[in-house]
Ligand binder design. Structure first.
Ligand SMILES: NC(=O)CC[C@H](N)C(=O)O
Length: 406
């Protein structure tokens, strides 16, 4: 009898009911690329809601999201909550215990309809507790949603062979696919504040919004904008802000070289992937975690004060503490597993966090970090004796020139 499954690369399968965009059969799968199929690295998210923000976070490119919250969809969806501008979003599928399909508040859309429009499949009625425990024990791995006759061992092994041929996460250029292609300027309601370049590796809209609400003018720039362009932009930047983004930071060699060339010349601030690139540019290494941190309830301890905050997180890689140079201070650690959650290097002018102070989803406890970042950029400029907006272009070549704001 034909049934619908999540089949994991280790051969484990979880049965469910297909919703949203049609789930392929085992024989359909043969003609689909990993980008076309409901296939990805299976990760679980422990946030109790905010499914729309999670689904539209471009850092989930190439991943299947399992929500541990058993009931998803009851307050509907809205494009106003999109985190990425890359719609349909680049996550590959959703797995839930129960997808709500009843009426939603006026002005909202049904999640099932939205997912269908995005050509994203959903597997519902899954034992997500058992699936989450499996991923916790075995680690994040590839999986695919597929329909097959459960009495046909041949179909099952065809799917396993198809999965085994999917290139590993580290071999795929996710940042190139989701990062900005051109530069755009976003002005805050009140002008006169700082001007940041936000390097877009797959940025969340809410990072931009947090900066704008603090009076920062934000230029979204493509992920491989050269250090020369960033340092000699006209008008000049007060800091370079490195966004979140998908995939393995270890393979982003070119992006890391750019960050390294900026260090010591202009403040460099980073969140999540941006933090990992800063760690690498400082001379450190990154490594893959077993199942990562994905959720709006991750406790983080500030190393100086011992104070704990509950934070929003979404990462599968970490900066390795022992790999960092002496001048780098580890400002935050994860209170569950002790992993690095924040870095500061006054000498190099860098400050970063692994967690998401912008939240979306999750608690707002860490939003003050944006004030810390801005204060850090101000303090750097004061130390360098640079007054706001007057950094000299000594190259004579110029960099990014701004055509206007939007
Ligand atoms: N949200 C992010 O920026 C994720 C960073 C990186 N892709 C990771 O999984 O660790």
């Amino acid at each position: 009898m034909e049934k619908t499954f999540l089949i994991l690369a280790d051969g484990t399968r979880f049965e469910g009911t297909g919703k949203g965009f049609a789930i392929p059969t085992a024989s359909d799968l043969a003609d689909l690329s990993p980008e076309q199929a409901p296939c990805g690295e299976v990760v679980f998210n422990t946030t109790m809601g905010a499914y729309h923000e999670i689904l539209t976070d471009a850092s989930y490119a190439g991943q299947i999201i399992v929500m541990t919250c058993p009931h998803i969809g009851n307050y509907g969806s809205s494009p106003d909550w999109n985190e990425t501008v890359c719609i349909p979003p680049p996550c590959r599928a959703l797995i839930v215990r129960d997808l709500y399909t009843g009426p939603v508040p006026e002005g909202r859309l049904s999640v099932e309809k939205v997912l269908e429009d995005w050509r994203l499949s959903v597997l519902t009625s899954v034992d997500t507790r058992a699936l989450t425990l499996h991923i916790r024990e075995k680690g994040a791995m590839y999986g695919v949603l597929v329909r097959l006759d459960d009495a046909d061992p041949q179909a099952f092994s065809t799917v396993l062979a198809w999965l085994a041929a999917v290139p590993p996460m580290e071999a795929r250029d996710f940042v190139g696919a989701v990062g900005a292609k051109t530069t755009s300027t976003h002005a805050p309601a009140q002008s006169g504040g700082m001007r940041f370049a936000l390097v877009d590796y797959g940025e969340k809209q809410s990072i931009q919004n947090q900066l704008l609400s603090r009076g920062v003018t934000v230029d979204i720039v493509p992920p491989r904008t050269s250090a020369k362009e960033l340092l000699h932009a006209e008008p000049s930047y007060d800091a370079i802000f490195l966004s979140n983004g998908p995939g393995d930071p270890a393979v982003l060699i070119h992006e890391t070289d750019i960050v390294r060339s900026l260090m010591g010349k202009i403040p460099v601030l980073g969140i999540c992937l941006g933090h990992q690139l800063i760690g690498k540019a400082l001379g450190g290494t990154t490594s893959k975690m077993k199942f990562g941190h994905h959720g709006g309830n991750q406790p983080v301890r500030e190393t100086e004060s011992g104070r704990v905050m509950v934070t929003c997180q979404n990462h599968g890689y970490q900066v390795d503490a022992e790999s960092l140079p002496e001048s780098t201070v580890i400002t935050y650690v994860n209170a569950n597993d002790g992993t690095v959650e924040g870095l500061k290097d006054e000498q190099k002018g860098v400050i970063s966090v692994q967690f998401h102070p912008e939240a979306s989803p999750g608690p707002w406890d860490a939003r003050r970090l944006f004030d810390d970042f801005i204060a850090f950029a101000h303090a750097w400029k004061t130390r360098q004796g640079i007054s706001h907006g007057t950094r000299q272009d000594t190259s004579g070549k110029g960099g990014i020139h701004h055509a206007g704001t939007n």
